[in-house]
Design a protein around this ligand. Structure first.
Ligand code: UDP
Length: 328
């Protein structure tokens, strides 16, 4: 059993990782400033309330809990916001990560699982994309994540850090029965927004662009269940703790789904049609993003076990039945 500090552990992916780590017998300790996360999601270990840019607070957390490994999920994630307010993104994401890396050095904690993203690749040169695809982000969000990957590599070379860079494709779904799920403010993601229209929380769903060079003109994405993502984090952590080498791995299913196919799947699962209309392309959207996940399969023994219908069913249960109860 390892003690694992999870920055951003009250957020969407961090909370599901806490669940999975605890189920695997590890002790999660959440470190979070609660700026975008939810205290309701802290269920599997203690919460240290603090900002990753606060070196003193971080140092105290390492001294008190003596983590064997850090799972670094904290950060700002909204792409559009990163274009409008890059200063906040560079400060939170990069300055925060450097503060964390220095706290780890000081505490002799040498294993890091980092929440990275397929947004570090930018526009795809080929599909599916493997980990050797050139990294040329389309927005400040992606650049901050890429810069952190670079800092981790330099710290690895000079100071013996071991890292896992987990590059997520489109995280979706929920662990509704455990009382956790997706909850962003503002919400910008396709699946929750489409479900909100069915719940009367929105007027209609806008399809951003129907003239892309894809099979039906709408953007192609690789939706991966957040519980499958969480499972990959446990495997990555255990690999590093067992003395494994640093690596970067894509986390996606390898299956591309267009926005129209997503809406058809939602209709199939919920037995209700999402009222949808075409709208202009959204700035910064890549036409298609699909993972080559061979490396995660090979190196982590990981494979996604939940398909698109399970993702939608779990998100539907979360937003439709559970979220309101958890947040009153
Ligand atoms: N999308 C859409 N309407 C929306 C939100 C998203 O058509 O209201 C599309 C978006 O253009 C993208 C896909 O759905 O092609 C997934 O978007 P999301 O924001 O969920 O994730 P992203 O791929 O941007 O990380």
């Amino acid at each position: 059993m390892a003690t694992i500090l999870i920055t951003g552990g009250t957020g969407y992916i961090g909370a599901h990782c806490c669940l999975a780590l605890a189920a695997a017998g590890h002790q999660p300790v959440v470190y979070d400033n609660l700026s975008n996360g939810h205290a309701q999601f802290v269920k599997w270990g203690p919460l240290v309330e603090g900002d990753i840019r606060d070196a003193a607070r971080m140092k105290a957390a390492f001294a008190e809990h003596r983590p064997d490994l850090v799972l670094h999920c904290a950060g700002l994630i909204e792409v559009g916001e990163s274009v409008k307010d890059p200063a906040s993104f560079w400060d939170n994401n990069l300055v925060g990560s450097l503060t964390l890396l220095n706290a780890m050095r000081e505490a002799h904690c040498r294993a890091l699982v980092f929440s990275s993203t397929c947004a570090t690749y930018g526009a795809p040169l080929q599909l599916p994309m493997d980990e050797t695809h050139p990294q040329n982000p389309l927005n400040p969000y992606g650049w901050t994540k890429l810069a952190i990957e670079r800092a981790n590599q330099d710290f690895a070379r000079a100071y013996g850090l071991k890292f896992a860079h987990l590059r997520y494709f489109n995280a979706a779904g929920a662990a509704a029965r455990e009382g956790i799920g997706e909850r962003h403010s503002p919400e910008t993601h396709a699946i929750p927004l489409a479900l909100f229209t069915l719940l009367g929380r929105r007027e209609g769903f806008k399809i951003f662009g129907d003239d892309y060079d894809t099979r039906d003109g709408t953007c192609l994405r690789d939706y991966v269940h957040v519980l499958d993502l969480a499972d990959a984090h446990v495997r990555a952590a255990e690999r590093l703790l067992a003395g494994g080498e640093s690596f970067a791995a894509n986390l996606g299913t390898g299956d591309g789904v267009t926005v129209r196919e997503l809406l058809a799947a939602i209709a199939r699962v919920t037995s209700r049609e999402v009222p949808a209309s075409s709208a202009p392309r959204r700035d910064g959207d890549a036409p298609a993003l699909v993972a080559d996940n061979a490396l995660a399969r090979r190196e982590l023994g990981w494979s996604p076990t939940r398909g698109l219908d399970a993702i939608i069913a779990d998100a539907w249960e979360w937003h439709g039945e559970v979220e309101g109860r958890v947040f009153g």
